[in-house]
Structures are given as structure tokens and as C-alpha cells.
Ligand binder design. Structure first.
Ligand code: SF4
Length: 350
């Protein structure tokens, strides 16, 4: 029977060093290996030219660097690129590289195959949850996107807004983000990483207690429980009050202002009374509201609000003193809440 190959990206620095130590190979070799994989994103062990050939062979017998295959690669005119990755078990996830005029090079990554949260306007969760991604698979998304950059360019930001609910896969996400932030990893500042959640209080508190300086984005989408229960079914077990308490706790512990994502659905949650309810909910909180006019998904019955409705909604929030950003999606422009982003991340022109 063929021996299973371990995913090198699933190994912590300590595990890799221990593997080397068992073979009487100095620890510093682990640093070299990690540099080749994370810094250079090489194709294979053969390219690790400062390692002796026998060691390269040993590594190749035990570990694999790449477990995914790129099944599709799309580029849009604004520089956005999307990869469809096939995992070793045949399941597929998407990840996206976003560029903007501030020279941000942002990786948008998935954390699960599918999603169990069931938000009614989101395509990602339609078929439910298949499985969590491993730390190595999450890191591999980052490396695949990094390889799209020319020359020595690096990823500058990460948004965890792709397929899945990140806070129910924290055990695998956190090691991946830790590697992303390490100077000998991808060297991305924790302050340039945003984790987006539908609002899982336990996960928010856990993240807050780590004091890891990540931005938190909470996908609210409604300011009363009756409506949110309809749009975000997982809210039935949680309730908005508990989500906000956890968000407040995040701010208290980290000092980081929480972003609230609100996808505007025409005639569903985009009316002035909804804006006023949102004001009542968030007023006095150090919050930033991201309004995201919905981008229709084939097969779902929701529509983009008129621009006048969006402007009116934003104005009500602003007049009440809330900080508001409207994320208009223009063709391949991407900036959205979790799950919604998975679809909106998809450049339409290839
Ligand atoms: S919006 Fe996010 S949390 Fe909701 S179903 Fe989609 S991926 Fe899951």
C-alpha cells in the first residue's frame, strides 16, 4: 500500500525541527526548508539548492509541498485574479487575489468546503458543510495567490471572507494565520488581517482573548432578530444581543474597532426603518458599518437595491454619527461580507 505523504504546510516549525532531529539533522535546516516553501513558494524539494541531495530526497519521501491543483484561473481587467483549487480529496474551494490603487495585494481565502450557516442569500452554504480545510490547505491558498505576484512582490493583506465560517474552524485557521504573520513565514502584519464571521460569540471571544490584533468583521445583515433569523438562520440559536456583546468584548480586549457588514437586499433589509434600527443597535459603539449592495446570485431570489435606496440608507446612518463605507461592486471589484464574497470575488470577465 502506498505510504501517505504528509503536508509540509501542516507541520509547525517545531514539528519540522523534531523530524529533522530524529534524523540527526541540525535544526537550522528547518528554517531553510520553510524559507524555500513560504518565502520562495518553490515547486518541489529539488529547488532547495542549499540542502544536500540526500536530505531533499528524505523530505520528498515524507512530505508533499502542494496538495492542491489549480483547476481554473481567471483574471479581470482591474487585476483581480481568482483561483479554483481542487483539494487532494477532489473537493474544491476558491481564493482570490485583489489589487487596488493603494498597492494593496490582498488574499481572500476560504476556510471550509461549503458552510453550515445557511445564510439565505449566499451561494457558498447552499449545499451545507462538507468539511473544514486544514491549516496546510489554508496556507496553500495563500501561497498559490502569492505565486501570482510578479518578482519579489508580497501579499500585503489577508481577508478571511471566502467560503465557510472561519470561527468554527479556528483550530486550523489560527496556525495558518500565525505562519502568515511570522517574519520567517509570509511576514504579513496581524493588523492587516481581517477575519469575517457571521457572529459566533464563542469564537469571537476566543479570538479576542488571543489578543492577536486581527480585524474582526461581523456580518450582521439585519438589526432585529425576526429579520436576521430569516436571513442568517444560525441567528435563531444565538440572537443579535449575544453577537453584539461578543463584538463589544472584542473591542474591549483588543482596542480594535469592529466592522459590521450589512448586505443590502432590495425590499428586504434596505428600507429607512431598517437603517433606523441599525442606528439604534450600533449608536455609541466604536463601529464601522460596511454597506454592501447585494450582487445577485443565479437561482436566488434576492436583488440589488436601487442606488437611491443605498444612498438613503447610508445617509441615515451617517446622520446618526455612524462611520459608514459603501462597498459598491463594479464588475470585478471585490469587497464584501463572508460567503457573499465568495461569489462576488469571482471576476466576471476572464
Ligand atoms: S454568508 Fe458566510 S457564514 Fe453565511 S452561509 Fe455564506 S459563507 Fe457561510
Amino acid at each position: 500500500m502506498a505510504r501517505a505523504v504528509l503536508h509540509l504546510l501542516d507541520q509547525t516549525p517545531e514539528q519540522l525541527a523534531a523530524w529533522l532531529a530524529e534524523r540527526q539533522i541540525p535544526r537550522y535546516r528547518a528554517k531553510q526548508v520553510r524559507h524555500w516553501v513560504l518565502g520562495e513558494a518553490v515547486d518541489g524539494f529539488d529547488q532547495m539548492t542549499d540542502l544536500a541531495k540526500p536530505l531533499r530526497n528524505q523530505l520528498a519521501e515524507t512530505f508533499g509541498i502542494w496538495t492542491t491543483q489549480v483547476k481554473a484561473h481567471k483574471e479581470s481587467a482591474d487585476g483581480t485574479e481568482k483561483l479554483l483549487l481542487e483539494l487532494a480529496d477532489g473537493h474544491r474551494v476558491e481564493c482570490v487575489l485583489l489589487r487596488d490603487d493603494k498597492e494593496h495585494r490582498t488574499a481572500c481565502i476560504s476556510t471550509q468546503v461549503g458552510c453550515a450557516m445557511g445564510c439565505v442569500f449566499c451561494a457558498s452554504g447552499l449545499a451545507g458543510l462538507v468539511r473544514n480545510l486544514t491549516s496546510g490547505e489554508i496556507l496553500e491558498e495563500l501561497l498559490r495567490l502569492k505565486r501570482l505576484l510578479p518578482g519579489r512582490q508580497r501579499l500585503s493583506h489577508i481577508v478571511v471572507m471566502g467560503m465557510g465560517e472561519p470561527l468554527v474552524n479556528l483550530d486550523r485557521l489560527l496556525p495558518a494565520l500565525e505562519t502568515a504573520t511570522r517574519p520567517d513565514g509570509l511576514g504579513i502584519s496581524a493588523r492587516r488581517i481581517t477575519v469575517s464571521t457571521v457572529g459566533i460569540p464563542k469564537g469571537i471571544r476566543r479570538l479576542a482573548d488571543l489578543d492577536c490584533q486581527y480585524h474582526l468583521a461581523v456580518s450582521l445583515h439585519a438589526a432585529n432578530d425576526a429579520l436576521r433569523n430569516r436571513l442568517v438562520p444560525t441567528n435563531r440559536k444565538i440572537g443579535i444581543a449575544a453577537v453584539l456583546e461578543a463584538a463589544d468584548y472584542y473591542f474591549q480586549k483588543t482596542g480594535r474597532r469592529v466592522m459590521f457588514e450589512y448586505v443590502l437586499l432590495a425590499a428586504v433589509n434596505d428600507q429607512p426603518e431598517h437603517a433606523r434600527q441599525l442606528v439604534a443597535l450600533l449608536k455609541g459603539r466604536p463601529a464601522l458599518v460596511n454597506l454592501i449592495p447585494y450582487n445577485p446570485v443565479v437561482g436566488l431570489r434576492y436583488h440589488t437595491p436601487r442606488s437611491t435606496a443605498t444612498a438613503r440608507f447610508a445617509e441615515i446612518l451617517e446622520r446618526a454619527g455612524l462611520s459608514v463605507a459603501v462597498r459598491y461592486r463594479k464588475g470585478n471589484r471585490i469587497d464584501a461580507a463572508c460567503g457573499q464574497l465568495r461569489r462576488s470575488c469571482v471576476p466576471e470577465r476572464s
